[in-house]
Write a protein that binds this ligand. Structure first.
Ligand code: 13P
Length: 261
């Protein structure tokens, strides 16, 4: 069964890498490749690079976003960045609840839920990251963990949010380890996420949520993940930093991606 009509999102998460100069050099190489790609190419840049990259990519097929934000509209929160500021800088989406934010900055599902609501108010497309730790994976707690995260992070959202929402399944044990999940695990977990979303928002709306996989994706394994039924794209860390490896991933043609079911 071909699923070529599904949109496919290739999202680079640059984390705390690239100065404005380095980011600009990268984006100049990627713009012409994105123009020829059947995929939607998105870059989650460091805060400082968002405005210059958004300007540079105006009228191109590259979409610029952020990696985090605060839930408040504004306020005395030293060092934080508001959604409206990201929007003004030209961000169109924001990664929320990344496992590095949960691990190093102790972000809770409740806090992430507030951020998602704020992002939606400000027309920023939220990419919610969920996934289990290695211990939870070993103890077969992955589904329980993902259920808890999805239910808490998406609590009280209107079903109309599904159109904007993206959810990335990123098991913590696969991030930055070189140990990617198997396509079988990705299929099992993303279809479970889709089931949970259907319980929360109804089947029709749940289908509108873009589901991504992230964790040690590289040019050699990207295609197998894109072939997993129900997967709408990839969230890529290390392999998105090098223009050559990122280019190989965005060049995977969409008709190749959904041939296998
Ligand atoms: P790596 O691709 O470096 O494993 O990182 C994945 C990730 O954290 C994407 O958000």
């Amino acid at each position: 069964m071909a699923k070529a009509s599904q949109p496919c999102f290739i999202v680079g998460n640059w984390k705390m890498y690239k100065t404005i100069e380095q980011a600009t050099e990268f984006i100049e190489k990627i713009i012409p490749l994105a123009a020829n790609s059947s995929n939607t190419v998105m870059i989650a840049a460091p805060y400082t690079a968002i405005a210059p990259l958004a300007k540079k990519t105006e009228g191109t097929k590259v979409v610029i976003g952020a990696q985090n934000m605060n839930d408040a509209s504004e306020g005395a929160f030293t060092g934080e960045v508001a959604a409206v500021m990201l929007q003004e800088a030209g961000a169109q989406f924001v990664i929320l609840g990344h496992s590095e934010r949960r691990l190093y900055f102790h972000e809770s599902d409740e806090f992430i839920n507030k951020k998602i609501k704020r992002a939606l108010i400000c027309n920023l497309r939220p990419i919610l990251c969920i996934g289990e730790t290695f211990e939870e994976h070993q103890q077969e707690q992955a589904k329980a963990k993902v259920k808890e995260q999805l239910e808490k992070c998406l609590a009280e959202l209107d079903k109309s949010a599904c159109q904007q929402l993206m959810v990335s399944y990123e098991p913590r044990w696969a991030i930055g380890t070189g140990l990617a999940a198997t396509p079988k695990i990705v299929q099992e977990m993303t279809s479970y996420c889709r089931e949970l979303l259907a319980e929360m928002f109804g089947e029709k709306e749940a289908k509108k949520v873009a589901l991504l996989y992230g964790g040690s994706v590289n040019p050699d394994n990207a295609e197998t993940f894109l072939q997993v039924p129900g997967v709408n794209g990839l969230l890529i860390g290390a392999a998105s930093l090098d223009p050559d490896s990122f280019a190989k991933i965005i060049e995977i043609p969409q008709n190749v991606q959904k041939q296998v079911v």
